[in-house]
Write a protein that binds this ligand. Structure first.
Ligand SMILES: [Zn+2]
Length: 297
């Protein structure tokens, strides 16, 4: 039973600070059928959805993002342990990068077009939603599970984490990436600069995590906390006066600047600083997305 304070009302949904779940989510939580209809009506109708085109346009940057994650996993797992499941693998570039680095990769992805794109890159992908039954159909276990931008979209994030836990070998690592919402930067934006809570997007975003609530949920699932880091704080552009909210052109321009910076910070002279900078941001609950690694006991 979901209960707690209703802190906002957006698109006909309440935003509930749920005591039962331990994180903020929309109220009511949409059913699987409802969500299936929403998604089918949107991206799935287009021949080549815009999100695939944007990933391709941003590819050089995505490669640095994926390299950071693989580097972390490789630093914590023995050299023989190189199998990874990517839940919500999208157009398949995480899988491609992993394969290039010597990993054995499998993806699972509900979008048919994204799946076909990934297969065109040579990736092995199952075209399905990730749930208990698809998890049970997978043979063997993995050394790592990559769960990027999934948990905010699903009606039962705890169930997804449990299923992912069950698919990991002992000592295996989960990397969970979600938007960092209700952050100190967003608080300054709403309290001092009159921004609306623009990050609330029901029914697409069902759950709104903080570093504390996501790491708490991971611990409840059985994971030991391993490391927390962040992705570039896009909302700094808002603090600087570049209001990209509801302005796609300015949004892409801001994104382009962050890509250039991230790519340059990956140069060997700056890489150590970059890693420390982003983990320092995570300590202060700053960064547009959070990256939390947990290990299966
Ligand atoms: Zn709840």
């Amino acid at each position: 039973m979901h209960k707690g304070n209703n802190i906002e009302k957006v698109n006909g949904y309440g935003i509930l600070e749920c005591e039962t779940c331990g994180f903020i989510h929309i109220d009511p939580v949409p059913s699987k059928e409802e969500l299936d209809r929403v998604y089918r009506e949107e991206y799935y109708m287009e021949e080549k959805p815009r999100f695939i085109e944007r990933v391709i346009e941003d590819l050089r940057w995505w490669e640095t993002v994926y390299d950071d994650r693989f580097e972390f996993l490789e630093s914590r797992l023995a050299p023989g342990r190189r199998t990874v499941l990517d839940i919500g693998s999208g157009p398949g570039y995480f899988l491609k990068r992993g394969t290039e680095r010597g990993w054995k990769c499998l993806g699972i992805e509900p979008s048919r077009q994204a799946c076909e794109h990934a297969r065109g890159l040579g990736a092995e992908v199952i075209n399905a939603f990730f749930d208990d039954s698809t998890a049970a159909s997978l043979k063997g276990r993995f050394d790592a599970v990559h769960l990027s931008e999934v948990l905010e979209h699903v009606p039962d994030p705890s169930g997804v984490l449990k299923a992912a836990y069950g698919l990991l070998e002992p000592g295996g690592i989960l990397s969970a990436i979600v938007p960092n919402d209700f952050s100190p930067v967003q608080k300054v934006l709403t309290d001092r600069l009159n921004f609306n809570p623009y990050w609330l997007a029901p029914p697409h975003h069902i759950n709104y995590f903080t570093f504390g609530s996501l790491s708490g949920l991971m611990r409840k699932t059985g994971f030991d906390a391993l490391e927390q880091t962040a992705m570039f704080p896009m909302d700094f552009f808002l603090l600087m006066g570049d209001n990209y909210v509801a302005n796609d052109e300015l949004g892409r321009a801001s994104h382009s600047r962050r890509k250039k910076l991230d790519i340059m910070l990956n140069e060997p002279e700056l890489k150590g600083f970059k890693n420390e900078l982003y983990s320092l941001m995570a300590k202060h609950n700053i960064g547009r997305e959070m990256v939390i690694y947990g290990v299966k006991k």
